[in-house]
Ligand binder design. Sequence first.
Ligand code: 4NP
Length: 164
Amino acid sequence: MTAGVLFVCLGNICRSPTAHAVFQEMVNANGLGEHIRVDSAGTGDWHIGRAPDARATAAAAQRGYDLAPLRARQIEAADFEHFDFIMVMDRNNLRDLQPLRPAHFRGELGLFLNHAKRFPEREVPDPYYGDGDAFEHVLDLVEDAAVGLLEAVVLHCGLQAVRR
Ligand code: 4NP
């Protein structure tokens, strides 16, 4: 069984592309690329087609993640048909997605940081108007939650032991 994981934020140029690249890296490192599809989208339409924010790209590159090939897109109703885990960065994202959620959706729509283990925060703060530290904090939170999310997805798919 395969699973689709979609990360969602407001602009799809800072937080969700960061989560996309970090989670994809973890999926690849565990040899699960054939089983888990990863994507990201924004609730807003301002940055459609644009590359991720240069500050997010630079901070991620320092930790070995490549955001450069990603391009922003806006979430659409059909995403609820194609993804099993729709992971939002904050409660505003969740509020914006509720009207798009079809009654038959059986996946998990929720806060990505519900899967965090080390950090108590449940929202990834928007770093867009922040400084460099804001982007480091996004990475810290995302790396933490990605570990827990991968465990949940592996369980969902009935996949075997994760390779490290
Ligand atoms: P993101 O950050 O939601 O993490 O991609 C933002 C990017 C752009 C804007 C807001 C947040 N904006 O207002 O343009």
